[in-house]
Design a protein around this ligand. Structure first.
Ligand code: AMP
Ligand code: GLY
Length: 507
């Protein structure tokens, strides 16, 4: 193919996709970059195509009609739905795993079973297909409680309970309304010498369900990042089972549920590109998942990122490659689900070494924004090598300077937020040296009136990903914050501690 002759299509509409478009456009071999459906940033930097990211047929038709030479998929949903299979059936080149390999993210049960077979370190877990079984298991957690009756109860015994379920049964026996208890019967619960008395079964049950346990409940399928419940007590665990399996808030994604041990340690991730035979790790990075400073508040899609990440030492990277990435790629190959694309391992660094929390089968968002800012090599070369199974001949060149991405969010995010807020000063921020403002939740609105000029307005919770390079991490951070401070839209806010301190232990 001659110079500058290749057309590229990027699928998705977030900051990750804007960064992919921006980087691919720099390739001397690329003649045009399209983004479907894209956002205001991709509309300004490349060309948007009005096709939804889940419209696989529409995307295939567009790629064929336009003669797209390479398609790159941002989000997991089209991958799990089989967009790569559909493109390949048409003879179209596309970067990403096929449906069967994308199950690694599409089904947490599949991922767990694969990890078990391949001996990949991860939290111990049980899998359930029915709510009563899941509840029974949650209630079989060890507690050390002694339940006694107080007052003139017909149940006289002292009941030593090893599990929460046994304690609840004991309470029911003592307070059973059919036993015609004399007035004033109470339950006493002794927890390691500390005694409490309860006048009603409801209060006593509530106490038992409030005992601390470290359980994580996960809906099997895709749930837009909301299907994981990290529970501190049994009440939360039972509530998660109720939401996933009874109220079915994630639909079919909740047909199966995983209950696993809560892991303690520092949370991080490792991303690698693979063609199914060779694994090329990307530069280390760290995202910040919690909404507010000091890692407080609810989980979000990510409030910022930085690269490199000093906690991922070369030795740790090597260990992750050896114990996690290589066995995962090998196991998928053996299962006849060869994996090609980005393998993203979400990790907990525990006392016993790194353990996998989850696998993703795509670029991380917002990690990609920071990582691509540092990539010196032509991204097209790397992605094409992965598609053509010749990654063994690729060495990615990196800028040694660190990069920091600060996510500017809409007022109210991650709860309810308004859209259509005009954004000011984007160009000024973008013009700062070594700064790039990637758009996430933005769109272009055409002004009424004769000029019909368009302006950028907010169109999502995470609005902009302000990314900067610097000689040191502190320098990159200062530049990113300086650029963020210059950009204005009503209600804009961002975390002030991105890349400030290593995030607190994940829990
Ligand atoms: P996942 O989508 O599986 O990564 O889960 C989302 C978040 O839940 C992770 O980023 C962790 O913060 C947390 N999490 C998941 N599994 C565990 C676990 N076994 N122990 C502690 N935290 C977990
Ligand atoms: N930053 C987390 C993710 O992309 O899943």
């Amino acid at each position: 193919m001659g110079a500058g002759a290749l057309k590229v299509l990027v699928i998705g509409k977030g900051g990750r996709e804007h960064a992919l478009c921006w980087k691919l456009k720099q390739s001397p071999r690329v003649s045009a970059v399209y983004c479907a459906p894209g956002n205001a940033g991709t509309a300004l930097d490349v060309q948007n195509v009005v096709i939804d990211q889940s419209d696989i047929r529409g995307l295939t038709q567009f790629a064929r009609r336009e003669g797209i030479g390479l398609t790159v998929v941002g989000p997991e949903e089209p991958l799990v739905k089989g967009i790569v299979d559909a493109f390949q059936r048409e003879g179209l080149r596309i970067f990403g795993p096929r449906r069967e390999a994308a199950e690694l993210e599409g089904s947490k049960v599949f991922a767990k079973e694969l990890m078990r077979q391949a001996g990949i370190p991860t939290a111990d877990c049980r899998i359930f297909v029915s709510a009563p079984d899941a509840e029974h298991y949650a209630l079989s957690r060890e507690v050390s409680l002694t339940v006694r009756s107080r007052g003139r109860s017909s149940v006289r015994n002292t009941l030593h309970c090893r599990t929460a379920g046994e304690a609840l049964e004991a309470i029911d026996r003592i307070m059973d309304p059919r036993e015609m208890q004399a007035p004033g019967v109470q339950v006493e619960i002794d927890e390691r010498g500390r005694r409490r008395t309860f006048a009603s079964a409801a209060e006593a049950r509530d106490f038992v369900l409030g005992r601390p346990v470290g359980l994580v409940l996960k809906a099997d399928g895709l749930a837009a990042g909301k299907g994981v419940f990290v529970c501190n007590n049994l009440r939360q665990a039972l509530d998660a089972i109720d939401q996933i399996m009874i109220r079915r808030v994630f639909g079919q994604a909740g047909d199966r549920i995983i209950i696993e041990e809560r892991l303690d340690g520092q949370e991080t991730s490792v991303l690698a590109i693979t063609d199914g035979r060779t694994i090329v790790p990307l530069e280390s990075c760290q995202d910040h998942k919690r909404a507010f400073d000091h890692d407080e508040g609810p989980n979000t899609g990510g409030m910022g990122a930085f690269s490199p990440n000093p906690i991922i030492t070369p030795a740790l990277m090597e260990q992750v490659e050896r114990e996690i990435l290589v066995p995962a790629v090998h196991a998928l190959k053996r299962a006849r689900r060869p994996f090609r694309g980005v393998l993203y391992a979400g990790l907990m660094l525990t006392n016993q070494g790194p353990k996998v929390l989850e696998f993703n089968v795509r670029f991380g968002d917002p990690e990609t924004q920071a990582i691509l800012m540092r990539m010196r090599s032509d991204l097209l070369d790397v992605l094409e090598a992965a598609v053509d199974e010749r990654l063994d001949r690729v060495a990615i060149q990196w800028d040694h300077r660190p990069a920091v991405t600060v996510v500017m969010a809409a007022e109210g995010y991650p709860g309810h937020y308004e859209r259509e807020r005009p954004i000011q000063n984007l160009e000024a921020a973008d013009r700062m040296p070594d700064v790039k403002v990637f758009h996430a939740g933005t769109t272009l609105r055409v002004e009424p009136g004769p000029g019909r000029e368009s302006r950028v307005v907010t169109d999502g919770g995470r609005v902009l990903n302000v990314t900067a390079l610097g000689d040191t991490l502190e320098d990159a951070r200062a530049r990113a914050y300086e650029a963020a401070a210059a950009i204005k839209f009503p209600g804009a806010w961002y975390r002030r501690d991105i890349a400030g301190r290593p995030p607190r232990a994940g829990h």
